[in-house]
Design a binder for this molecule. Structure first.
Ligand SMILES: [Zn+2]
Length: 292
């Protein structure tokens, strides 16, 4: 039964994707590639966005061999840098702020002289990942001591809201609270300005963008910008997610685009659709709890 459901969803997306590819696809230019990662942990879970520590090191090593240098979002907002970014540069971002970033990823980044930007869920700093669907295991989040230490080293931190909600389902005031309170919290703790945020599940709409602007953000990041978006927006910047199953060929396509990059895009959209399943599982779990 479940298999048929999965096959059905896959087929549906494939057809929609082919229609879109044929009729609506704009030519894509990747100026500054932005990669999105999540967990870097050898502890297994059902999710597909987790990288094993050895996989992560291979990714970083390969990027180095290809001549890439990393730039953090904090650096992009330094006025001298904002005007021109030269050379083979890329941005590494990590959503959710798990503690495995400090334990596993940070030492590897230091070893290769790379930097990164981590988007924190401020309501879960120093706590376990109760906001996630129950099919994973418990993963701890970073605590403020670790965050401050890495901030001093040059890792930048952005907001991933307070509670990791689906923002498109919230009232305007709730969205503004999620944006403003998370930003103030991070700024208070690390003593630096926070101008950038990443939407939970990559989900946003026009009023979410308006709230981001109003609460002091200069850039907001998603995975795939909404279909009706006609021009590039500072408040819906696309990122390429890195998956457990990726090979170096996939990494190259994510970085440089090219003829076959539609394969990456299709993979990403399907995986993103399943991660939206997290919202469904979680909300049905919550409604069961509230009923009982
Ligand atoms: Zn997230």
């Amino acid at each position: 039964m479940l298999l048929y459901l999965f096959l059905g969803i896959f087929l549906l997306f494939f057809i929609i994707f082919l229609v879109w590819l044929t009729f609506f696809k704009r030519k894509e230019e990747i100026n500054l590639p932005i990669m999105a990662l999540h967990k870097v942990d050898d502890k297994s879970e059902l999710g597909i966005t987790r990288l094993k520590v050895s996989q992560f090191e291979r990714l970083i090593q390969t990027l180095k061999e290809w001549g890439y240098e990393t730039i953090s979002l904090e650096e992009i907002f330094k006025p001298s840098v904002e005007r021109k970014i030269e050379g083979k540069k890329l941005v590494l971002t990590f959503d959710d702020g798990y503690e495995d970033f400090y334990i596993n990823a940070f030492p590897i980044l230091q070893k290769y002289n790379f930097t990164a930007t981590v988007f924190l869920i401020t309501g879960y700093v120093g706590k376990f990942n109760q906001w996630e669907a129950g099919f994973g295991r418990n993963f701890p989040h970073l605590n403020w001591k670790e965050i401050k230490e890495m901030s001093r080293y040059g890792i930048s931190f952005g907001s991933h809201t307070v509670n990791h909600p689906d923002l498109t389902k919230l009232k305007k005031q709730q969205v503004e609270y999620e944006f403003l309170f998370s930003r103030k919290t991070i700024e208070d703790k690390i003593g630096k300005n926070v101008f950038y945020l990443s939407y939970p599940f990559g989900k946003y709409n026009d009023s979410v963008i308006e709230a981001a602007r109003k609460t002091g953000y200069k850039r907001a990041y998603t995975f795939f910008p909404n279909r009706n978006q006609t021009s590039a927006s500072f408040y819906a910047i696309p990122r390429r997610a890195v998956y457990f199953l990726d090979s170096p060929i996939d990494w190259k396509l994510k970085l440089e685009g090219g003829k076959l990059s539609w394969i990456e895009e299709m993979k990403g959209r399907i995986i993103n659709a399943f991660s939206n399943g997290t919202i469904l599982v979680k909300s049905s779990k919550l409604s069961r709890i509230s009923k009982s």
